[in-house]
Design a protein around this ligand. Structure first.
Ligand code: DPP
Ligand code: ZN
Length: 851
């Protein structure tokens, strides 16, 4: 397969200012007629090249006459003598056989589309690249009984009935858009609709379209949508621009959701929620994803990407925007901690492994492989750093300028940074390295105190990553405070230090007593900080730092220090952790959600990033011993906290959600210290649960212990929720992620379960994804976990390459593991590689992982 390089970008040879699409829709066979108004772009005599993928032209006309055309591989090449023409093509599709879920496909009786990044070329021949913007007019006709609802982008303009039970509808989108934002949906759908009045007083009709029976589960998504629309007006001054905004939920979807102009299509797991079936985390995720896709209307649709190397232009910025929204509607401190946890779980490992790439990649083989934690989450951290460096007002001026200057354009990450510079006067030249250099920077910090004050010595290094050996120093914004050892107060007001060299020393004058170092507060930079600590320093910060993130971080640092000693064979020393957890639980000033996060041990995956080589069994054993010791030492405190955190089951406010979360965290530790007691409590919680969060937390505690109680709970859960796909996904993933040696047997049995379905990405993720992310169960010394995953990747690849390629990463870190596992992981990758006719999706990930 061919590598596409950023530096090879060239403006399109032909533009397509307008397109008319005509769909004669049926699941077995859909006819697509496209009329493209094309215009030569600049002086050249090159032919029109239209991308295609698994489609063949049935007819090609230029200005109504037979055209001269050839195929170059999958590309349709049309010779054009004039500077403008109307090019008409016709193709036939079979949506019900499209298992890749890219292009037009069938899902549960619906017909729907997914075009990002390169799915439109599976629908019709087109210059399928984001810098070709067109006005779309779409006509759909279909059997009225099977497909009573016909939706496309923009506004509906005409409908009518045809012969023999068919009907038709025409939709027009007045905003020029790239092909990846095209969408249509046809099916038997019910709508939850609501009006929304924008800040300028325009009325917009909002619609969430689902199966009739799912309507009662759409209220939370609707509420979240309205909150997002208001928030974007208030925070960014951005108003919605069409008369309609529609969302459709489908069960088979590669992404979480898709921001098609005026017609978002969602994985149903990010729309449907009821207290019985969705956990608090599901509710939060729905609000975030609804907001994310809505925010794309400006950051993505109105201003889009010039090419796919610029993907973070819209994704990093939009994640930053959805994070701001989540912080505003929930607890900012808790949101920030969760963002960092997810960055560490997904992005740090990626940045330290064979698939590491810059936020703005330089090359790819398959663009689908670049919808990554680096492009999304690290990309959001880059925007956040600019926000921190510029301050909120200058940042807002920058975003206003960006939207105004580039409305209707397809632009680059560079354009975004330049708008920030132009609006603020800041110099972001060095900052741009964050877009081009991969790898997580490391910062060493040492505070040196003298009679008059203190000096903070900082040093940075950026590790080598594939294709990038020599790195330049980055601009790293660090929020720093010094905290008095005796007073516990901040001695100097917090400072923003911009570390720009390999080394630097910063002087603090006004320090009158011995001080502790609180650094990278709020996680102001996505770096790994190692601070030299004095005796008692980290213990003190863990219970006193005023910055909630820094306090959480100190707690993690404290636990990691003692856990790492145990992993490397030292004694299990939990005294400091026990004291810190006790004081955290007893605090009246902390909210329960924060407490739950603060008392949670670093995960096995997080610990794996800190050791070399990785021995998952040793990590698991040390961490379990640690949990047992804490559970025993704090039995009374944990019981009291558990009992004290009983939440109102009918409430979804942050207090109730936090209480449920604290119960889950304490229950886990109680069960570690005393499995009988833990089982008893978990059993009762499961039996009495009125929320999915309580039920799921009880199951997790039981899954760790195992035994009859676990089996009974699984049975009861299945019987109650059979036929409800989103809940059965949970039933799969609870079993696949149980941190026990027997988990692989369960996984193998689940693969044969009648509810398992290779063609449904949610179900595949709930089995293979959950299993591969459970370090102890997956990283068996006998290598059978790796063999299972390799086999699953190959099987899924035949059906849905994009989904299959996502599971390669867990095997790809083989070089980090102890020799026995390392060799078995490598062998599993080799076996995948030896398969004939792999997709380029999987081929790219496996070959990069073996390099
Ligand atoms: N639908 C995906 C997202 O919103 C890709 N754009 O991130
Ligand atoms: Zn997005």
């Amino acid at each position: 397969p061919q590598e596409i390089r950023r530096e090879d970008y060239r403006a399109p040879d032909w533009l397509v200012p307008a397109i008319e699409l005509d769909f004669d829709l049926a699941a077995e066979k859909t006819l697509v007629t496209a009329r493209l108004s094309v215009e030569r772009n600049g002086e050249h005599d090159r032919p029109l090249r239209l991308d295609g993928d698994e489609i063949v032209p049935l007819a090609v006309l230029v200005d109504g006459a037979e055209a001269r055309w050839t195929m170059d591989g999958a590309t349709l090449v049309v010779e054009l003598s004039e500077n403008a023409a109307v090019v008409e093509t016709r193709v036939a599709l079979a949506p019900d056989r499209n298992s890749k879920l890219m292009g037009l496909y069938a899902s549960g009786g619906l017909l729907c589309t997914q075009c990002e990044a390169e799915g439109f070329r599976r629908i019709t021949f087109f210059p399928d690249r984001p810098d070709v913007l067109s006005r779309y007019r779409v006509r759909m006709s279909a059997d009225k009984a099977r497909f009573p609802v016909l939706l496309a982008n923009g506004n509906p303009v005409e409908t009518g009935d045809g012969e023999d039970g068919s009907h038709w509808a025409v939709w027009e989108d007045p905003f020029p858009k790239p092909s990846y934002l095209f969408a249509l949906v046809a099916g038997d759908l019910a709508v939850n609709s609501d009006p929304f009045t924008t800040m300028s007083g325009r009325s917009v009709e909002l619609g969430i379209w689902v199966r009739e029976g799912d309507l009662p589960r759409t209220d939370h998504a609707m509420e979240s949508l309205k909150q997002s629309m208001r928030w974007d007006e208030e925070t960014y001054g951005r108003e919605y621009d069409l008369d309609r905004f529609n969302i459709v939920a489908v069960d088979d979807f590669n992404f979480g959701a898709m921001e098609n102009k005026g017609l978002n299509i969602f994985n149903s797991r990010y729309i449907l929620a009821a207290p019985e079936t969705a956990s608090d985390a599901d509710y939060d995720a729905i609000a975030t994803v609804v907001a994310h896709e809505y925010f794309h209307n400006w950051s993505g649709d109105r201003v889009t990407c010039r090419d796919w190397f610029q993907l973070s232009l819209k994704e990093g910025f939009t994640v930053f925007r959805d994070q701001g929204f989540s912080a505003a509607i929930g607890s900012a401190a808790v949101e920030r901690i969760e963002q960092v946890k997810s960055l560490r779980a997904g992005q740090f490992p990626e940045d330290a492994g064979p698939l590491a790439h810059p936020v703005r990649p330089d090359s790819y083989i398959e663009i689908s492989n670049f919808y990554t934690a680096t492009v999304y989450n690290k990309g959001a951290e880059l925007i956040r750093m600019m926000h921190t460096i510029l301050g909120p007002e200058a940042f807002r001026a920058g975003s206003d300028l960006y939207f105004e200057r580039h409305d209707g354009q397809a632009v680059t990450c560079e354009d975004f940074v330049r708008a920030m510079e132009d609006a603020s006067g800041a110099d972001l030249r060095q900052f741009r390295l964050w877009y081009s250099q991969a790898g997580t920077p490391r910062v060493l910090a040492r505070l040196e105190q003298d009679g008059a004050g203190a000096t903070l010595h900082l040093a940075q290094t950026v590790p080598a990553t594939p294709g990038q050996t020599d790195k330049k120093p980055m601009l790293i914004p660090l929020r720093v405070a010094l905290i008095g050892e005796r007073s516990g107060a901040e001695l100097a007001t917090e400072r923003l230090i911009l570390l720009d060299g390999e080394q630097s020393s910063v002087r603090f004058d006004d320090v009158g007593e011995p001080a502790f170092l609180s650094i990278n507060r709020g996680f102001s930079a996505p770096v790994i900080v190692t601070a030299e600590r004095r005796a008692g320093e980290i213990e003190a910060l863990a219970v006193s730092d005023q910055d909630p993130f820094a306090r959480f971080e100190a707690m993690q640092e404290l636990m990691s220090r003692d856990l790492l000693a145990a992993i490397y064979g030292g004694a299990v020393e939990t005294g400091a952790t026990v004291a810190a957890i006790r004081s955290t639980l007893a605090s009246n000033a902390l909210d329960p959600a924060f407490k739950a996060l603060a008392i949670s041990l670093p995960t096995e995956a997080e610990l794996a990033e800190k050791v070399d080589p990785v021995d998952p069994a040793a990590i698991h054993a040390a961490r379990e011993a640690f949990r047992v010791a804490i559970g025993e030492a704090l039995a009374d405190d944990l019981e009291a906290a558990y009992a004290g955190a009983a939440a109102d089951p009918d409430s979804l406010d942050s207090l109730a959600k936090g209480q449920r979360r604290l119960r889950a965290a304490t229950l886990g530790l109680i069960a570690a210290g005393n499995p009988e007691r833990g089982t008893e409590l978990a059993r009762r919680q499961f039996a009495e649960a009125r929320t999915m969060s309580d039920r799921q937390a009880a199951m997790m505690a039981l899954g760790t212990v195992g035994g009859d109680a676990w089996d009974e709970a699984l049975d009861a859960f299945y019987r109650r929720f059979a036929g409800d796909p989103l809940v059965i996904d949970k039933w799969f993933s609870l079993q696949a992620s149980a941190p026990r040696a027997e988990t692989l047997d369960a996984v193998e049995a689940l693969e044969k379960h009648p509810d398992f379905n290779l063609a449904n990405p949610n179900r595949v993720r709930s089995l293979a994804g959950a299993y591969a992310m459970s370090p102890f169960a997956f990283h068996r010394a006998d290598g059978r976990g790796y063999d299972w995953l390799a086999r699953m990747i190959v099987a899924v690849d035949r059906v849905n390459p994009q989904t299959a390629a996502r599971f390669v990463a867990p095997l790809g870190r083989w070089k980090r593991y102890e020799p026995v596992r390392s060799e078995k992981m490598r062998a599993a990758l080799e076996r995948i590689m030896a398969e004939p006719s792999l997709s380029k999706d999987v081929l790219e990930q496996v070959s990069k992982s073996l390099a």
